[in-house]
Design a protein around this ligand. Structure first.
Ligand SMILES: Cc1cc2nc3c(=O)[nH]c(=O)nc-3n(C[C@H](O)[C@H](O)[C@H](O)COP(=O)(O)O)c2cc1C
Length: 224
């Protein structure tokens, strides 16, 4: 089957599924923002609905529990929570900073993790990255998996990291190398298939328990 035949088939047969897509870079010329836009376009080409966000909309002051207790949540965290809850799944294109995720992304995840119900729980996530380096930012994605998995997100096993990303895009924002472009599309579509399938079988997972084996105590227990 050609790529366009499979696109037509998957567009026709899909059930409405909504994806929040954003890049965790604030840079105007961000490579990850280019990759996020390509993911958004790919999802739409295959019949998904996209909410494309910018990191500037989710950025928040450094997390401080006393500030939260006194002033509540900052607008960036509120926006991230609201748009997560309006989506079935989310895609993050994250830069790798020092083999990990950017601090501002971890900070906004920390803020949003304090909402109850906790909105990452049970949401499907696809992690992608772009970097000028040969590893494409992949080590940062492994670090990003940890808090998301801990929070109950269903992080898709396959991640996509675009190496030498400063040379990888054409003027139209597509990946020049055909093989890489095809792998990217397959990765995104496989994720879409899983999210759609999970909508048909929503009972796979029932509860989020932060620490298995902890002694029940209303002060520390976070079970939903
Ligand atoms: C603080 C900092 C740390 C970085 N650490 C890494 C790194 O560990 N691995 C890597 O591949 N690139 C690293 N880079 C380079 C980024 O991958 C590069 O700047 C990339 O373009 C950032 O993503 P963006 O274009 O989406 O903003 C680092 C950049 C900065 C500013």
């Amino acid at each position: 089957m050609t790529q366009s035949e499979s696109r037509t088939q998957s567009t026709l047969s899909r059930e409405p599924v909504r994806f929040l897509v954003f890049s965790a870079s604030l840079r105007v010329a961000s490579l990850n923002t280019r990759l996020a836009r390509l993911a958004a376009r790919t999802i739409e080409d295959h019949g998904g609905t996209v909410d494309l966000a910018a990191m500037s909309e989710f950025d928040a002051p450094s997390y401080d529990q006393e500030v939260q207790e006194r002033d509540g949540f900052p607008p960036g965290a509120e926006a991230f929570r609201r748009r997560l809850e309006a989506s079935d799944a989310f895609v993050i294109a994250s830069p790798e900073y020092n083999f990990s995720m950017p601090g501002l992304l971890k900070n906004t995840i920390d803020w949003v993790s304090r909402y109850k119900p906790q909105p990452f729980n049970e949401r499907h996530a696809l992690l992608i990255s772009a970097s000028p380096s040969m590893a494409g930012g992949n080590r940062g994605l492994w670090a990003l998996r940890v808090p998301l998995e801990h929070l109950g997100a269903r992080v898709f096993p396959d991640m996509f990291s675009l190496a030498q990303a400063h040379q990888a895009f054409d003027g139209d924002g597509r990946i020049v190398n055909e093989q890489l472009s095809d792998w990217f599309e397959r990765n995104v579509v496989a994720f879409m298939d899983l999210v759609e399938a999970a909508k048909h079988y929503p009972c796979v997972k029932k509860a989020w328990v932060e620490f298995l084996g902890e002694h029940p105590n209303p002060l520390t227990t976070r079970v939903e």
